[in-house]
Ligand binder design. Sequence first.
Ligand SMILES: Cc1ncc(COP(=O)(O)O)c(C=O)c1O
Length: 464
Amino acid sequence: MTVTPQYVSEPDRDNLAETARNHLWMHFTRMSTYDSGHVPVIVRGQGPYIWDDGGRRYLDGLAGLFTVQVGHGRSELAEVAAKQASELAYFPLWSYAHPKAIELAERLATLAPGDLNRVFFTTGGGEAVESAWKVAKQYYKLTGRPTKHKVISRSVAYHGTPQGALSITGIPGAKAPFEPLVPGAHKVPNTNFYRATEHADDYTAFGRWAADRIAEAIEFEGPDTVAAVFLEPVQNSGGCFPPPPGYFARVREICDEYDVLLVSDEVICAFGRLGEYFGATRYGYQPDIITCAKGLTSGYSPLGAMIATEAIMEPFLHGTNTFQHGITFGGHPVSCAVALANLDIFEREDLNGHVRRNEGAFRATLEKLLDLPIVGDVRGDGFFYGIELVKDKTTRETFDDAESERLLRGFLSKALFDAGLYCRSDDRGDPVVQLSPPLVCDQAHFDEMEQALRGVLTEAWSRL
Ligand SMILES: Cc1ncc(COP(=O)(O)O)c(C=O)c1O
């Protein structure tokens, strides 16, 4: 079946949807949803907009999947990919190198804070997280502390699907089908201030309390057994929890005190999402490792990276020591060439500056929705927001499982899409709508999002 034109005739659309139902195993998808319904098929993108196979336009409120930072349809990135594929389509980084990986590693080392100078490429975010846990374990083995192998991360946080990364992930429902997972991954509270049970009237004190839970977990587990703490700058899952003031400074102190590596998982938060190349820069902390992916190429080709300090690399530089880890397509030449050209666009168009100049307007526009009875909280930073939905604004009562199922899965996602907005409604924590648009968006797009959300959330409330 080869139907991929921009607009597809009705019979061919049905055919395409039918073929998808018969052969395409979609990710994190309840396939039965499409037993009778039409699989949404996206065929084209331009700037912050995407088009489906029927020619209908949508605002891409999620940048694909927190990925398409520079917007869709950048032919210069396609041309760079084609040029690289004709020059050197593929070569591994297994004992050999190629120019684009070298150039990109140097560029990332320059952009990353402090002496995060050593870049290990992967094909995506989960592999970067997996690589970070493995390097932490081997680093401690090589430096005479072989029992340090456990990790600490936060409840409801998502860190990817490989079995190590899934262990680090704090979403019980995503893990249950695959238990037992890699042992040694322990969870601490996240920074959901809206649902704070401690210091609910003092954001800074709440942040201190949340950071101190990490010290407590290290003590419980035994400092000699803990290798790393994995945290996102702004936690995505649960609906965008920014760090309270002082949170990361306290976490850094704790990691130093207990000799534990601080891994900043920036698979979403790097490359402009928060108005800086790295989220750690925005909040002024120094990680030992950064994991990133997604926006590194704006999705024009798959690529991820684990960026480590000189100190972590150091023991691997001697004798027979080798990081026993590799991925065939990690640091693919086409992806590295695309990443370099993507970073050129960031620089040329000052996309980080654009986010910083416009984030206040984005927040203010979304906060207008707080006048709706169903909107409990609007939170986030940069171009990265979660809108928490509640049954009762005063008590902050949330929906029960059946209501959540009816509201999010049964109505919201499709209604928002039908209203011309592609975004995400998520109930891995409390029910939220998430927005993470391409970084080229401006006030007109913010208004478009607000209008679509206002209409659909008003309708959702009337159906409760
Ligand atoms: C913070 C974080 N870590 C890891 C991952 C996994 O990345 P990937 O889907 O590229 O494997 C994600 C994906 O959204 C993420 O948000």
